[in-house]
Design a protein around this ligand. Structure first.
Ligand SMILES: Nc1ncnc2c1ncn2[C@@H]1O[C@H](COP(=O)(O)OP(=O)(O)OP(=O)(O)O)[C@@H](O)[C@H]1O
Ligand SMILES: [Mg+2]
Length: 264
């Protein structure tokens, strides 16, 4: 057996690593040297104030923006993500908060949007039967229940719609799933649906997830590890089992007081 290189540790393999990422928009520094790692099969929760740089980070990881400086690694390979399509081809999928579902189209159409199954032959006719069957199978597999995959997406609840968006991302064989506030503006029942779905996906294995979150308690429930971003930097990072809502709130409160110029 060959010996391991010195740099390798005993921790699980990394799905993704970002090193000292800086992102500037003109005079605005949105990310000021962010480093993170995502282990295979792990759920990482990112918390932080408005404007902290969370969405910018996700947009870099999904190829939508390119970093001003800093490095990204997928597995062991340094990678410059040129576009969302490029990231997708490498197995990185993102579910944005505004979802990007075509509301008037059916569930199964949405699940195969831009990667439709077509019949063999010169006319590239859509294979509706195959798409229906695959969509139903995929939703069944991850435990998302809808009356029929023929329903237009506009007839679903916000939570169900979010679930379809997640299912679509997973259906594309994503290895890394990025979720920007998937539970925002959702009631407890709908949020519960998405939380269950994410935990089921984790259980199935093979998927690493980064979620931007607002609610500290929900984050600690779902995520293996939690990261706090403040003004373009990562200011705190812990395994979820080693921190608490009280501790997270305390850090944010201290920051808020410092910014208001109070002593404590
Ligand atoms: N395309 C852009 N052009 C210019 N500035 C931008 C752009 N995108 C983000 N910013 C700026 O970068 C900073 C970080 O924004 P970002 O959207 O990443 O924050 P966020 O942590 O996701 O906040 P929120 O919780 O409100 O969604 C903000 O100051 C924002 O104004
Ligand atoms: Mg945001």
């Amino acid at each position: 057996m060959s010996s391991l290189p010195l740099s390798s540790s005993t921790s699980p393999a990394l799905a993704l690593r970002a090193e000292d990422i800086v992102k500037r928009f003109g005079a605005v520094t949105a990310l000021d040297g962010v480093s993170l790692s995502l282990r295979q099969g792990e759920i990482l929760g990112i918390l932080g104030d408005n404007g902290a740089g969370k969405s910018t980070l996700i947009k870099i990881l999904t190829g939508f923006h390119q970093q001003t400086s800093g490095k990204l690694f997928l597995g062991d390979d340094e990678t410059l993500l040129r576009s969302v399509d490029h990231a997708r081809a490498l197995g990185i999928e993102c579910v944005y908060q505004d979802l990007a579902l075509a509301n008037s189209l059916s569930i199964y159409h949405n699940m195969f949007l831009n990667r439709e199954i077509v019949r063999p032959g010169p006319f590239r006719l859509l294979n509706h039967k195959a798409m229906r069957a695959r969509a139903a199978e995929c939703l069944e597999e991850i435990g998302v229940h809808v009356p029929s995959v023929d329903l237009p997406v506009e007839q679903l609840s916000g939570g169900q719609r979010q679930a379809i968006a997640v299912a679509r991302a997973v259906n594309s064989n994503a290895k890394i799933l990025l979720l920007d506030e998937p539970l925002a503006a959702m009631g407890a029942r709908e949020a519960g649906l998405i939380i269950d779905l994410i935990l089921r996906l984790k259980e199935k294995g093979g998927l690493s997830i980064i979620m931007i979150m607002h609610n500290y308690a929900q984050t600690l429930d779902i995520a293996d590890r939690v990261m706090l971003m403040q003004r373009g930097r990562v200011t705190y990072e812990r395994e979820s089992v080693s921190t608490s809502v009280a501790e997270l709130m305390d850090i944010v409160r201290r920051e808020y007081r410092a910014m208001r110029g109070q002593t404590s």
